[in-house]
Design a binder for this molecule. Structure first.
Ligand code: NZQ
Ligand code: ZN
Length: 390
């Protein structure tokens, strides 16, 4: 196991009706004038925004609203939010929504404390060391942004989708009420499930030895997702299943299950080009890319793939041919995601083979540069993975 530090100080408030306490938590974490940041309207239709505002009013807090975050959140609204925060003297940013609203809020919070262009954090990978405090009221179990130090934004100039990170943007509190996810359309629920599982896979496939405890935590999250996911698609108001998935989404990405081990993250980078180009959901793109990536890198460590196949997918270990077991695990993953209605290839996603060279180019690697740690991938490897996903 590698040396590591782990400090994940987000205060989680989990359970029914907890959104009604949001004003109390904003005050507790020092906010007096709040930017409420949300998406395209689901929080208005569900009545959640009204309840959040009522709670802020009851705590005597003033606020300014900025809605309109789109999935794959854009830079334009971030610039607008930064200006608004500076003009209005905002001292707390509250995201109400899914990963996109939260990521946009994080970029605004960081940009409000930075003299330069906030995009420096994303394009030059400068760590974010200062930001307004951020709180979240989560409505979608998926990205894990409610507990992560990351923000992913798409810049409209060139439609580049890039991540930035820094402990300063880890939310100070996050309110997780599983009931708020009841209104999700089935495809958004499924996209979220794929993203949560993908966050585990990015950590699971490692070259670091002696990582039994984090292996087992990863497997526990995956087993939970396999058990609970069909339940929420059959019955969107299954509180217990929604609750397990919501917490799994947090634990999958606040790095509890990833400490002390090298992580991969090439599939996320490869997917980001799909969601940037076609504006498809991140989770849907991952469902297409991950099985292709797995097949491409399988030979690097067949035993690790056979391990997940037996421990998570219930495959019988073929000791004479562990590769057959490993491949069966990948097929079971595909069958599982397919059963949730997720796309599994370019056609189903709405992507086009002719765009592969463009996507390889926009990842932006020089000839001798690579992404990923489990198996470093160069431009020609990335092209082959896109082709395997056709
Ligand atoms: O905009 P509204 O109207 O709210 O509708 C949203 C949106 O259309 C809708 N929705 C959310 N909660 C709902 C709901 N509809 C009905 N009822 C509810 N309760 O769902 C749609 C998708 O929302 P979005 O926030 O885009 O989804 P998600 O949470 O999957 O976030 C995706 C973004 O997160 C980034 C992705 O790249 C993508 O841009 N990621 C962020 C990470 C992080 N910050 O740590 C890590 C991830 O790997 C990921 O890259
Ligand atoms: Zn993700």
């Amino acid at each position: 196991m590698n040396n590591f530090t782990f400090f994940s100080p987000t205060y989680f408030v989990f359970g029914k009706n907890t959104e009604n306490e949001v004003g109390h938590y904003v005050s507790r974490f020092g906010g007096t004038k709040v930017l409420i940041h949300y998406g395209g309207g689901s929080v208005k239709r569900s009545g959640l925004l009204d309840r959040v505002i009522k709670s802020l009013d009851e705590s005597g807090l003033s606020y300014v609203e900025l809605g309109g975050v789109v999935p794959n959140p854009r830079s334009g609204l971030v610039y607008e939010g930064i200006e608004l925060c500076k003009r209005e003297g905002i001292d707390f940013v509250l995201a109400v929504g899914g990963g996109s609203a939260i990521d946009s809020a994080k970029a605004i919070a960081a940009g409000s404390k930075y003299d330069g262009d906030f995009w420096d954090f994303h394009s030059k990978k400068i760590p974010i060391t200062e930001a307004l405090p951020i709180g979240t009221v989560l409505t979608l179990a998926a990205a894990g942004s409610e507990g992560s130090p990351n923000t992913v934004i798409t810049h409209e100039d060139g439609m580049l989708k890039r991540g930035a990170a820094g402990e300063a943007i880890r939310p100070v509190f996050s309110i997780l009420n599983p009931e708020l996810t009841y209104t999700l359309p089935p495809e958004q629920t499924a996209n979220g499930i794929a993203d949560i599982m993908a966050h585990v896979f990015e950590r699971y496939f490692t070259n670091t030895k002696d990582v039994e405890v984090t292996d087992r935590l990863c497997e526990a999250i995956l087993l939970t997702m396999i058990k609970e996911s069909p339940k929420v698609l059959n019955n969107p108001e299954d509180y217990g299943a929604r609750a397990n998935i919501m917490w799994a989404g947090m634990v999958a990405h606040n790095n509890l299950c990833g400490v002390g081990r090298d992580q991969d993250w090439s599939s996320h980078a490869i997917e980001h080009e799909l969601s940037a180009l076609y504006d498809v959901a991140h989770g849907a793109g991952l469902a297409v890319i991950f099985p292709a990536w797995m097949k491409y890198v399988l030979d690097h460590d067949v035993n690790r793939f056979a391990q997940i196949a037996t421990r998570v997918w219930g495959c019988h270990m073929d000791f004479d041919n562990p590769k057959a077991t490993a491949l069966e695990g990948i097929e079971r993953l595909k069958a599982f995601w397919g059963s949730l209605g997720l796309p599994l290839n370019f056609d189903e996603l709405g992507a086009n083979e002719k765009d592969i060279p463009y996507m390889v180019k926009t990842i932006g690697l020089k000839e001798d540069e690579s992404i990923g740690n489990f198996v470093p991938l160069y431009n020609d490897d990335i092209e082959k993975i896109y082709k395997l996903a056709l």
